[in-house]
Design a protein around this ligand. Structure first.
Ligand code: FCB
Length: 477
C-alpha cells in the first residue's frame, strides 16, 4: 500500500502545495492489550479487573468480553505485516500486566514476556519503532482485591512490574509510557464505575488518581535507573474546557471541570504540585490526607516526553434544574465536587460515541501543554473516532473517519507552526477492538475486524493514512 506506484485510494493528496511534517515525524497507530489480544487464559495469564468486570452481568454492552477480542495474541506476526504494509513508522501497544506478572506480584511469567519479546522483534524486523505503554487499565485482580488504586501499595506494585518489564524488554524498546489516561482509571473506574473495577466513590477516585501518579513517578525512577537511554513519558487525556458563556458562573464551571479533567494530572506531573483551586473544590470530598511528604517530588520526576490523547472538547455551564447527564463521561459521579456542573451540547457533528468533533481543540490542547507547562517533546498518542462502518463489496469506505483524521492532522500541523515541539502522531486505533463498556459495538479502527472470521480489511482511512505517511504530509486545502 505504501508502494509509490499505487495511486492513493482517496483524492486528498491532489496536486498543489503540501502540508509537510518535520523530518522524522513518528507516524503510528495505537492499540491496548485487553482491547485486542484475546487469549485471556493462555500462557499463564490470570484475570485483570477488566476480565472480572466484563464477565459481570450488566457491565458491558451485550455481555461482550475481551476473551477473544481480535485474537491478536495468535495473529501477531500477520498483524505486524499489515502495519508494515501501511508504512507505520511506530506502533503503540500496551503490555498486559497479568500476562507478564500473574496476580500482580512475584516473579515474571516467562511465557507472557515472550509474547512481547516476539512482538518487539517482529516490529524491529519490519523497521517499526515499538512504543510500549505499561498500563492501559488492566490491573491484576488480586491487587484490586487488596484495595486497588485507592490503596497506596498499588503504586509500589506498579513500579516493581515496570522494572520487570524493563529487564525483559529494555534492551530493545526506546519509547516507554507508564500510564494511559489516569483520569479514566481513576474517575471512570472508581468514581462513576462505568469502567473496571466499577466502584463509585468520589474520595476513592481522588485517591486512585494520586496513587496512579505516584506509581508513574516510582516507575519512571526505576526505569531511569535501569535504562538510562530510554525515552520516558506518560499519556494523559486532555480536553479544552470552554464555558458556555462569559457569565461568571459558567466561567467558574469551566474552571472546576478543567481542574478535574486536566490540571489534576498536568500540575503534579509537570509542576510538582496540585492546583490550589482543586483542593478547595474537593474539600467536601477529601482532605488530601493520602498525599504524603515527598510524593509530589516523586510524581514530578523529570520525563523525556509527554503523550497527549485527544478526542473532543468539554463545553460546560453552571447548573440548572433538570439537566440531563449523558453521555457516560457526563455522569455527575465522574466529577466529584462539581457534580452539578452542566455539560452543554452545541449541536455540532458528533461521532458514534456522541463525542463532538472539534479539531481546533487539538491545536489548543497541544499549545496549552507547551505554553503553560513544558518544553518537552509532545506526541499525540491517541486521536480517532468511532463511526458506523459497513463492508460493501469487500471494502469499507469510512469517509467520516478519514475526514476526522484529516482535520486533526491539520490541527496538529498548525500547532507545530505555532512552535509546539510535536514529534509524532498515533491514530486510534490500528484496528476495531473491544471498546471497554461498549464492547464491540463501537468501531475506531483503520482496519475492519470481522469478529466471526477474524478477517482484517484495511478501510479507506488506512489507505489514506499510508499515503500521508509516505508523503510525510497532506495536501494543503
Ligand atoms: C481512550 C482509550 C482507548 C480507547 C479510546 C477510544 O480513552 O485510551 O483505549 O478506548 O479512548
Amino acid at each position: 500500500m505504501s508502494n509509490p506506484d499505487h495511486p492513493p485510494a482517496v483524492g486528498v493528496l491532489d496536486q498543489g502545495p503540501e502540508l509537510i511534517f518535520p523530518p522524522g515525524f513518528l507516524w503510528g497507530a495505537a492499540t491496548a492489550a485487553y482491547q485486542i489480544e484475546g487469549a485471556a487464559t493462555e500462557g499463564g495469564r490470570t484475570p485483570s479487573i477488566w476480565d472480572t468486570f466484563s464477565h459481570t452481568e450488566g457491565r458491558v454492552v451485550a455481555g461482550h468480553t475481551g476473551d477473544v477480542a481480535c485474537d491478536h495474541y495468535h495473529r501477531m506476526p500477520s498483524d505486524v505485516r499489515l502495519m508494515a504494509e501501511l508504512g507505520l513508522r511506530s506502533y503503540r501497544f500496551s503490555v498486559s500486566w497479568p500476562r507478564v506478572q500473574p496476580g500482580g506480584s512475584g516473579p515474571a511469567n516467562a511465557a507472557g514476556l515472550d509474547f512481547y519479546r516476539r512482538l518487539v522483534d517482529e516490529l524491529l524486523g519490519h523497521g517499526i519503532e515499538p512504543w510500549l505503554t505499561l498500563y492501559h487499565w488492566d490491573l491484576p485482580q488480586p491487587l484490586e482485591d487488596a484495595g486497588g488504586w485507592p490503596a497506596r501499595d498499588t503504586a509500589g506494585r506498579f513500579a516493581d512490574y515496570a522494572e520487570l518489564v524493563a529487564d525483559a524488554l529494555g534492551d530493545r524498546v526506546t519509547y516507554w509510557t507508564t500510564l494511559n489516561e489516569p483520569w479514566c482509571s481513576a474517575f471512570l473506574g472508581y468514581g462513576s464505575g462505568v469502567h473496571a473495577p466499577g466502584r463509585s466513590d468520589g474520595a476513592d477516585a481522588v485517591r486512585a488518581g494520586h496513587h496512579l501518579m505516584l506509581g508513574h513517578g516510582l516507575a519512571v525512577q526505576a526505569l531511569r535507573a535501569s535504562r538510562p537511554q530510554a525515552q520516558l513519558g506518560i499519556t494523559v487525556n486532555l480536553y479544552p474546557v470552554t464555558p458556555a458563556s462569559d457569565a461568571p458562573a459558567d466561567v467558574d464551571a469551566a474552571r472546576r471541570i478543567d481542574a478535574l479533567a486536566n490540571r489534576f494530572f498536568l500540575d503534579p506531573v509537570l509542576r510538582g504540585s496540585y492546583p490550589t483551586d482543586l483542593a478547595a473544590d474537593l474539600r467536601e470530598v477529601t482532605d488530601f490526607g493520602h498525599v504524603r511528604d515527598g510524593d509530589l517530588a516523586v510524581i514530578s520526576t523529570p520525563l523525556d516526553l509527554v503523550g497527549v490523547n485527544y478526542y473532543s472538547r468539554h463545553v460546560v455551564a453552571a447548573p440548572v434544574e433538570g439537566a440531563e447527564p449523558e453521555p457516560y463521561w457526563r455522569a455527575p459521579s465522574c466529577w466529584p465536587g462539581s457534580e452539578d456542573v452542566r455539560f452543554v451540547t452545541r449541536g455540532v457533528p458528533v461521532t458514534d460515541m456522541n463525542w463532538e468533533i472539534d479539531a481546533p481543540g487539538l491545536t489548543e490542547t497541544l499549545r496549552r501543554v507547551h505554553e503553560e507547562y513544558t518544553d518537552l517533546p509532545l506526541y499525540v498518542t491517541e486521536n480517532g473516532s468511532a463511526f458506523v462502518d459497513a463492508v460493501v463489496d469487500g471494502q469499507v469506505d469510512d469517509v467520516d473517519r478519514l475526514a476526522y483524521f484529516d482535520a486533526h492532522l491539520r490541527a496538529a500541523h498548525e500547532a507545530i507552526n505555532a512552535g509546539v515541539p510535536l514529534r509524532g502522531y498515533f491514530a486510534w486505533s490500528l484496528m476495531d477492538n473491544f471498546e471497554w463498556a461498549w464492547g464491540y459495538t463501537k468501531r475506531f479502527g483503520m482496519v475492519w475486524i470481522d469478529y466471526d472470521s477474524q478477517a482484517r480489511i484495511p478501510k479507506s482511512s488506512a489507505r489514506w493514512y499510508a499515503e500521508v505517511i509516505r508523503r510525510n504530509g497532506l495536501a494543503a486545502q
